[in-house]
Design a protein around this ligand. Structure first.
Ligand code: ZN
Length: 144
């Protein structure tokens, strides 16, 4: 499945009305506000080629003043244990300790394996949709 944000990442294109951080306002030594301004940005094969003064009259894609941020990195995620895409489940008061969770995971992970690829793909797509381009995932390795 391909989403609109993935299509826009290919080729060469320009954005206008892109908000970028330009500095801070201080009250003595304390940062009290972020300064921003609007810019035009040229993208080539997924990389920023140029940042220029904003040209709101150009035919570039309109970022509508949204803040452009660097891609996000998720450094601790468990793609094998996600329940994303499954019916919602409440936390059980029976699972309070690490020992409880280990016993619970030994029970559920073999069941989750049947749909792990689909759930992991859905979760990766969700991460990408919200700007995460790097994820370091952890997996359970145990006899079950
Ligand atoms: Zn963890």
């Amino acid at each position: 499945m391909q989403f609109p944000y993935q299509l826009a990442a290919k080729g060469t294109y320009s954005l206008k009305n892109v908000r970028l951080e330009t500095g801070f306002e201080y009250d003595e030594d304390e940062v009290i506000m972020t300064k921003t301004d609007l810019f035009s940005i040229e993208i080539e094969n997924g990389k920023i080629r140029a940042v220029k003064a904003n040209d709101p009259t150009s035919d570039a894609l309109d970022a509508k003043g949204f803040l452009m941020l660097p891609a996000l990195r998720d450094l601790h995620i468990h793609l094998d244990k996600t329940l994303y895409g499954l019916p919602w489940q409440a936390l059980s008061p029976k699972r309070r300790t690490v020992k409880d969770m280990i016993a619970y995971e030994q029970e559920i992970i073999p069941k989750l394996l049947k749909t792990s690829v689909e759930r992991a793909e859905q979760l990766i797509s969700l991460l990408q949709h919200y700007g995460t381009h790097f994820a370091r995932t952890h997996f359970n390795i145990d006899p079950t």
